[in-house]
Design a protein around this ligand. Structure first.
Ligand code: 13P
Length: 250
């Protein structure tokens, strides 16, 4: 049985104070969520120090939204795996489509970041997904499997086994137009098959996930949770989503 994961990607939302207030409200709300759902919060870097001590009980894990591939050096604005580990970060999103679109992340840098996260003791949540143009041209599977293979290229079997994947169709992100769960399931089956060793890998769906539709995704055999943007910003809404993720039998 693969682990269910609900990860909140806050993107560029919440100051340190706002993030701390979220956690204070959120923790009591997720007390009753079954342990088989791993809950992860990925605040901006500047909120990690405020959030981290509040998560020391361990029920909710801390994630970051990006990591550089070097441990230190002349890389203005970047943050490394050891810096994240110091804040007890356990997960890091790598290759989000917004990083690829606005910050120049490529298949190569996504691969370097994935390897650096693993070497630094972090669990990378490697995000892949196609544009609407690629989808309309019938190229979804080719694109998504290419991105997946590129991100994991050169990793040892043991490292591949530590990766989490996320399928986020770009046209579904922040649009309210979520991907049909069966369609997402089929894409994930192709991802799982494109690199050896992904049978037990959690694959999350991302793109307009909310507390109402999450169970439609986790009811699918290949979908192991959600990578959630907008619906993770409100404690009640994200707690409800985490509870509903586990409401289906798998
Ligand atoms: P939304 O849930 O706001 O569509 O964002 C999805 C996403 O990009 C999560 O990484």
């Amino acid at each position: 049985m693969r682990q269910l994961i609900c990860a909140g990607n806050w993107k560029m939302h919440k100051t340190a104070n706002e993030a701390a207030a979220f956690v204070d409200a959120f923790l009591p709300l997720v007390r009753a969520v079954p342990d088989r759902v791993e809950i992860v919060l990925c605040p901006p870097f500047t909120a990690l120090a405020a959030v981290s001590p509040k998560l020391s009980a361990g029920r909710v894990k801390l994630g970051a939204q990006d990591v550089h591939w070097e441990n230190s050096g002349a890389f203005t604005g970047a943050v490394s795996a050891p810096m994240l580990r110091e804040h007890r970060v356990q997960y890091v999103i790598v290759g989000h489509s917004e990083r690829r679109e606005y910050f120049g992340d490529t298949d190569l840098t996504v691969r370097l970041k994935t390897a650096a996260a693993l070497a630094g003791g972090l669990t990378p949540i490697v995000a892949v997904g196609e544009t609407l143009e690629l989808r309309d041209a019938g190229n979804t599977l080719a694109h998504v499997t290419l991105q997946t293979r590129a991100a994991l290229e050169g990793l040892s079997e043991a490292d591949v086994a530590r990766v989490v994947l996320a399928y986020e169709p770009i046209w579904a992100i922040g649009t309210g137009r979520s991907c049909d769960p069966a369609e997402a399931n089929a894409v994930m089956a192709a991802m799982r098959a494109c690199v050896p060793g992904l049978r037990e890998t959690p694959i999350l769906y991302g793109g307009s996930v909310n507390s109402e539709n999450i169970a439609d995704y986790t009811a699918q055999p290949e979908i192991d949770g959600g990578l959630v943007g907008g619906a993770s910003l409100d404690p009640k809404s994200f707690a409800g989503l985490c509870a509903n993720a586990a409401s289906v039998s798998r």
